[in-house]
Design a protein around this ligand. Structure first.
Ligand SMILES: Cc1ncc(C[n+]2csc(CCOP(=O)(O)OP(=O)(O)O)c2C)c(N)n1
Ligand SMILES: [Mg+2]
Length: 1009
């Protein structure tokens, strides 16, 4: 379905870019759509009809007969001939192309006295069906009994795990049948050029392909083409033959991978490094994937990975200078700003020549936190962004590789969420290769206690990704699997998984004792030779290399390490910048780090954008818009004519003006195209033509930047991570993620805590991501009220007790120094400015923006164009502009507040006729705290009592953040008291009556003198 969708979008997009009216393609597109839908239907039919083992065999036999009859009607029995001639038989749409090597059944002397050319008897037919069933069974179940575990301890738990029982339950052949020739069906490639094989050979070959050191799980895939593609790659005789050069390359790479860990173990024996011992083959494996992918056109590879083998990957896959890695062990001071991170979390970015393919390649390993798998969606977002900005629409140039631990891969839900992005039109990276460093243990926990599925990789089955299990002690099998994986990605642009089944030679880290918890496993490991030695022995035995060569390769690498080690010793500082994963070359150069570009724009720009945004598509007569939307557009047009804007229009003005300036805008999240509250309507849907849409923001100016808006999957963790990754790629883009309600953002908490809040401090990496979080106590219950702004504020890094020096640059310096910005705007103009300021800043900071719900339609929550036009700017605090503000000396009470409660407060003040006695001030930018403006405003109201009013509960909202900062701003000379809801465990009551009671109480309390 997604593919159909993609096909449709692709068909649309070139035209859509050239013209305003996507829908003009109406007739053409409906045909294309019909075709795409039909194709999808065919695919679905294929899978059901052709693949299942239970019902496939008879059908396959009939197909075989039909194939034979098509080629030569005389080759089949007259009864078949009559049957096919009668047209009763309809060939299924999946009918595989006839193989060159297939021969008619009757061409064989099938034993039992059958005469060549005569009709086969029923035993012959039954036996052939049985052989076909066996072949299919190997393809489906062979992986279950493959020799995947180097330690031979664990194997998937199946009842009666023996080859014959698992693969062919009702095996009716005896010894006497072993030499009988059987014609091979078109669903296998084990014959190579041969059309038939003796039964013994068929079983041998199948056993070798499917039950040896590789276990291929693929028969669940809903595509016959893809299944055949895989069968061919594994079944064709000779696929596992490697040339001596190839073998030497594997040996050399394995030597480096092994030597690196050994060197660190020798030099830093008591340091944690999360070594790769037991799965060292992962390094040659990654290199093989990269080599083959580069050969197939990839120029940039973005990787995400956890702790295990990370340093080795940086050293031997990315070729990060070894001395920089060794310096990390030295405990040196940092030469640059930031708090840094432990060495096995750091990222890197390298551009280098791939020596095997002789092509230039860019490799990035994305910095990641301890939170396992959290980096997955971030890598995907970064990859997608790089593809987008390179115009790589099919992922041919940029790809991602995600590396996982076995326990984390099946344990962490974000893996599933990320998998589900893999085929969505606006989130796909066109195929990710997942590599599981499966050491059959997670810290101290055995797989039988850490997962309920047979394999740690089963999550990938949901997206029809083939899974290649392979014994990590068989380097050649591993290389073959990697080659197939890279080719798979390049061919089908879909995810696949390589499950490297190895072991962990040491404890979880190097100072852990594994015998406490896995005594038997570790007794076995102690006796088990490492992969390098096993492979070297094999190559020596077969005469590919000599023992001397093996030693000299190892010695050479050790020398390289020693030299780098000596160089590292001369370093006096570590540099965090050496570990940056997403450099923004040129962005910071020549910029005044404290100069913000103006955010106001010419009024004519506002009018132009407003008019476009309120217009139906050009030639609207043909594009049927919903009547309700016609009213929305008309209301927008009215506002433009009156030069005022509401929230949706203010947002569109911000987007449109940035697009005009060449800034790509991407808005993603659940239902963002329409907007959860039905206020945005960026994508208009033709009411009569399916999927025909019009997006006016894509058609503001002929030379504008692209505007992307996309409804996401129902995920916060993965999608927010994805957008964060997206925002890391290009500083000249405004990337926004919107939560359905702000409340739901906490399912993405590790992206917020580990990346957005602390990413710059840990990894010197900036991001201007905007989080739009609908927030407000409007009687909608505990989970539709609060974005938990208190949590964001608690993570803000400005010091509550420090009033920075006052100067013209006060505001920008604060922004420069803080980790992120938290704001709750009450006017469309302020929304407009704060969004534009994200790009106007000479650096990038994440923006956490509480956004309104009822204010979207509040008649007072409107702004005149004059507040957005040239000369206007973002107001960190909106002063009281009424009678109180005009005569501050006589004001009795100043109410500071933030967000939508302002409108309730002003209403209450009007009702009580206290406009001259009570001033209401809005703190629009809560963090960094506007110390200077609070001081300035408080000074105006010399005789007034100061209060903070909020609608959130006392232990929530902004109170705990603003209270100490107020005191600092006021130099502890005046107090600020609290007005609002009492402390509570829940964010909001579920009772409407109680909500209203609470609201009235707080408003009465706040507006009293
Ligand atoms: C989200 C999360 N939960 C718990 C941990 C603590 N932890 C660190 S490593 C580890 C075991 C990981 O096992 P596996 O994924 O198999 O990787 P391995 O260490 O075996 O390579 C655990 C539980 C963590 N880092 N992240
Ligand atoms: Mg593990």
């Amino acid at each position: 379905m997604h593919r159909a969708h993609t096909a449709f979008s692709l068909a649309l997009s070139p035209m859509a870019h050239r013209n305003f009216a996507t829908w003009l393609l109406k007739s053409g597109t409906s045909q294309k759509l019909a075709k795409a839908t039909a194709a999808a239907a065919v695919r679905t039919y294929n899978s059901a009809a052709a693949e299942p083992f239970a019902n496939g065999s008879t059908a396959t036999y009939v197909e075989e007969m039909y194939n034979a009859w098509l080629r030569d009607p005389a080759s089949v029995h007259t009864s078949w001939d009559a049957y096919f001639r009668s047209n009763t038989y309809t060939s299924p749409p999946n009918l595989a192309p006839v193989q060159a090597n297939t021969l008619p059944l009757t061409a064989f002397n099938l034993g039992g006295g059958a005469v060549a050319g005569a009709a086969p008897d029923s035993k012959t037919i039954d036996d052939h069906l049985a052989v076909q069933a066996i072949i299919r069974s190997y393809q489906i179940r062979g992986h279950n009994i493959a020799h995947l575990d180097p330690l031979e301890i664990n194997s998937p738990e199946l009842p009666g795990n023996s080859s014959t029982k698992t693969i062919y339950a009702n095996f009716s052949f005896g010894e006497q049948d072993m030499e009988r020739q059987f014609k091979l069906p078109s669903t296998t490639f084990i014959g190579g050029d041969e059309a038939s094989l003796p039964l013994k050979e068929i079983l041998n070959r199948l056993e070798n392909v499917y039950c040896n050191k590789i276990g291929v799980e693929f028969m669940f895939i809903n595509s016959l083409e893809q299944c055949n593609w895989i069968r061919k790659r594994f079944e064709t005789p000779g696929v596992l033959n490697f040339s001596p050069e190839e073998k030497r390359l594997i040996l050399a790479r394995l030597t480096r991978a092994t030597g690196f860990e050994a060197f660190l173990a020798k030099k830093y024996s008591s340091e944690k490094r999360f070594g790769l011992e037991g799965c060292e083959i992962m390094i040659p494996a990654l290199k093989e994937i990269i080599d083959v992918s580069t050969e197939l056109g990839v120029e940039s590879v973005i990787m995400g990975m956890p702790h295990r083998g990370r340093l080795n990957t940086l050293a031997n896959v990315c070729r990060k200078p070894l001395n920089q890695i060794f310096t990390q062990f030295a405990g040196l001071e940092a030469a640059d700003d930031g708090s840094g991170d432990v060495k096995y979390h750091l990222g890197t970015y390298i551009e280098r020549l791939n020596r095997v393919t002789n092509k230039n390649i860019r490799l990035a390993v994305v910095a990641n936190p301890s939170h396992l798998e959290a980096v997955d969606p971030v890598v995907q977002g970064k990859t997608r962004a790089e593809q987008f900005y390179r115009g790589d629409q099919e992922g041919k140039k940029v790809m991602s590789i995600l590396i996982h631990g076995d326990a984390a891969f099946c344990g962490q839900g974000v893996v599933y969420e990320t998998m589900h992005l893999s085929d969505l039109p606006d989130y796909t990276t066109h195929g990710t290769i997942h590599v599981v460093a499966n050491n059959q243990i997670g810290f101290t926990t055995d797989p039988r206690f850490s997962r309920s599925s047979p394999y740690c990789t089963d999550v990938a089955r949901v997206v029809n990704a083939p899974i290649f299990h392979v014994n990590a002690d068989d380097p050649e099998a591993v290389m073959h699997v990697c080659k197939v994986a890279a080719e798979w990605r390049a061919t089908f642009h879909k995810d696949c998984v390589i499950d490297l089944v190895g072991y962990r030679r040491n404890g979880h880290n190097e100072i852990d004792e594994p015998m406490f918890t896995q005594p038997l496993m570790y007794q076995k490991i102690r006796k088990h030779k490492n992969c390098l030695d096993l492979y070297a022995d094999k190559l020596i035995a077969e005469g590919t290399v000599t023992g001397e060569e093996v030693k000299s390769v190892a010695a050479k690498y050790e020398n390289i390490c020693e030299e780098a080690f000596a160089l590292a010793k001369t370093e006096t500082h570590v540099k965090y910048k050496d570990w940056l994963d997403s450099p923004w070359s040129g962005f910071f150069e020549g910029k005044d780090p404290l100069k913000v570009a103006p955010t106001g724009v010419k009024e004519e720009t506002l009018i132009h954008i407003g008019n476009r945004f309120s217009m139906p598509p050009p030639n609207a007569a043909e594009f049927v818009i919903h009547k309700g939307l016609m009213r929305v557009l008309a209301a927008r047009k009215n506002m433009v004519d009156e030069k005022v804007t509401d929230w949706a229009l203010g947002e569109a003005m911000a987007f449109g003006s940035l697009l005009k300036e060449g800034i790509h805008v991407r808005l993603s999240g659940q239902d963002v195209e329409r907007g959860t509250f039905s206020h945005r309507h960026h994508v208009l849907h033709h009411q009569l033509v399916d999927k025909a849409t019009y997006n006016s923001l894509q058609h503001m100016y002929p030379d504008q930047a692209p505007y992307s808006v996309s409804n996401s999957s129902l995920s916060e963790y993965a999608v927010l991570g994805f957008e964060h990754g997206y925002s890391m790629t290009n500083p000249n883009a405004l990337v926004l993620w919107e939560a359905q309600f702000g409340d739901f953002s906490n399912t993405a908490q590790s992206i917020i805590d580990q990346f957005i809040s602390s990413g710059q401090s840990k990894w010197v990496r900036q991001s201007g991501l905007v989080m739009l979080l609908p927030h407000g106590m409007e009687g909608m219950g505990p989970e539709h009220s609060s974005c938990r702004v208190e949590r964001f504020l608690q993570m803000s890094s400005d010091d509550p007790d420090y009033f920075p020096p006052e100067s013209d640059e006060f505001a920008v310096r604060q922004l420069h120094d803080i980790n992120w910005i938290v704001a709750n705007c009450t006017t469309p103009a302020n929304l407009f400015h704060i969004l534009r300021r994200q790009i106007a800043l000479p650096f990038r900071k994440p923006l956490i923006l509480c956004t309104p719900k009822s204010l979207l339609r509040h008649p007072e929550a409107k702004s005149p164009f004059s507040e957005m036009s040239e000369g206007s700017e973002f107001q960190r605090i909106i002063p009281d502009n009424g009678p109180a503000g005009q005569n501050p000396g006589s004001v009795k009470k100043v109410v500071f507040c933030s967000g939508r409660v302002y409108y309730d407060l002003t209403k209450m003040r009007a009702e009580k006729q206290l406009e001259s006695d009570v001033a209401i001030l809005r703190v629009e930018q809560i963090s960094p705290f506007p110390f200077d403006l609070v001081k300035e405003q408080a000074n105006l109201y010399k005789n007034a009592e100061l209060v903070w009013a909020q609608e959130e509960h006392k232990n929530q909202g902004s109170w705990t953040y603003v209270q100490p900062r107020f005191l600092t701003a006021l130099n502890h000379s005046r107090d600020v008291s609290y007005t609002g809801r009492a402390a509570s465990a829940s964010t909001a009551t579920g009772s409407k009556a109680q909500h209203i009671r609470e609201l009235n109480a707080l408003l009465n309390d706040a507006i009293s003198t």
